[in-house]
Design a protein around this ligand. Sequence first.
Ligand code: ADP
Length: 409
Amino acid sequence: MAHAKEILQIGDVSLTLDEAEETLNAIRGGRVDAVVVDGIGGEEVFTFRDPSHPFRLLVEAMNEGAMLTSADGIISYQNPWLSRLVGIPGEQMQGRSLLELVTPETRTAAETLLRQAGEGTPARGNVDLVAANGAPLPVLLSVSCACLADVEVLCVVVTDLTEQQRQETLYGMARVQIEERDRLFAVASHELRNPLNVLDLQARLLGALIEASEDGAPLPTDRALGMVSKLRIQARRLGQLVTNLLDVGSIGAGRLALDLEDVDLSELVRSAMDLCRDEIDRSRSRVSLELTPVRGRWDRVRIEQIIDNLVSNAAKYGGGLPIRVFVEQHGDTARLGVEDQGRGIPQEARERIFRPFERVSQGAPVPGLGIGLYVTSQIVKSHGGRISVQPGTQGGSLFLVELPIAGPG
Ligand code: ADP
C-alpha cells in the first residue's frame, strides 16, 4: 500500500511540474501579461509588461540609430541598430562620449549639435562617425533634450546617409558627364564645320576651273593642285577630329582596346610622318628625324596616332620653325620625343593640357578641339607608359613619351 501512495505523490509532483513548465513557457512566449499570487497580505499582481514596453520595442526594432547621452555626450543607452552600424558592441559604447565616435573633422559640428540641443533647441546636422574598421560613416544626427528622472538627457537619432551620399555622388558624376558631352557636341560641331566649309569652297573652285577648261580655257595645273592639296589637308583634319572624337567616347566607356604586335617605333614614326606630310609642308617647318630601331609590343595604329597628334601639334604651334623627332632606348623603355621651337606651354598648363578640352589661350588663335593630347595620353597610359611636356632646348616645347618595351603590364 505504501508503494501505491508514493506513486500517487510522484504523479502529483510531476503534474505540478508540468503546470509550472506550461506557465513558464507561456511567460517566455509573451502570452502572459501578469500573474496573481497569494501573498501574505492577500493577492499580489506581478506584471511582465510595463507601460513603456511598446516604446522600448519601437526604439529597439527601429531602422534608425538611437541613443541617450548626458548633456556632455556620454552614452548611457544605444539601440542595437546603432551598434550594428558602427560595428561596436553595445557594452563597449556605453560610458564613452559620442564625440569619440565622430571623425576629428566633424567633431566641432557634433559639439555644436549637443550644445544647441542642451540649450533647448532641437538640432540636426551631418557628421561622420568612425566605424570599427576606421572608415568614415556619414550620418545625420537629430538631437533633442529631455528630462529623465529629473536628469537632463539628450535623445539622439542617427540616420545612415551612406546610400544617399552614394546616390548624390553618382548623380554628380552623371551631371559632369552630361555637361562634358554637351560641351563636346558644341565644340565638335563648331570645329567640324570649319574644315567642311573649306572643303566645300575648294571643291566648288576646283569644279569651276574644270568646267572652264571644258569650255576651252587652259587648266592652271598649279592652282588646281594647290586646291587638291587644301582638300586633302582639310579632309585629313576632319578625319583626325572624328577619330579623336570617337576615341573620347571609347575612353569614357572604358573601351580603348589595343591590338598588340611586335613593331619598331622608328618605323612607326616614318609611316606616321606620311600621315601629317601635308600639314608639315603647309607649316613650312623642317622636320629632322633622329631614329634608332627600338622594337616593342605595341598597337601599331594607336602609336601612329600618338605620333600624328604630337607632330601635327608641333606643326600647328611650332611657328614654322624646325621640329625634331627622336626615338631612343633607355633600358627596357622606348622614348619618343617631339620638340618644336614655337610658342611653348606655360608651366601652369603643362599638366592640364592632357585633360579633355584644355587649351592654352596664349598666342594667335589656332583651330582645335582640345582633345588630341587627352586621347594621346590615354593611349600612352593604356600601353603602361607616361607622357610629359617640358620646355624645348631652343624654346618651344618637348613632348616626351615613354613606353615599356614589353608592352602594357
Ligand atoms: P588642340 O590642338 O586641338 O587644341 P590638343 O589636345 O592637341 O588640342 O592640345 C591642347 C592644347 O595644348 C592646345 O590647344 C595648345 O594650347 C597646347 N599645345 C599642344 N601642343 C602644343 C605645342 N606643341 N606647342 C604649344 N602648345 C601646344
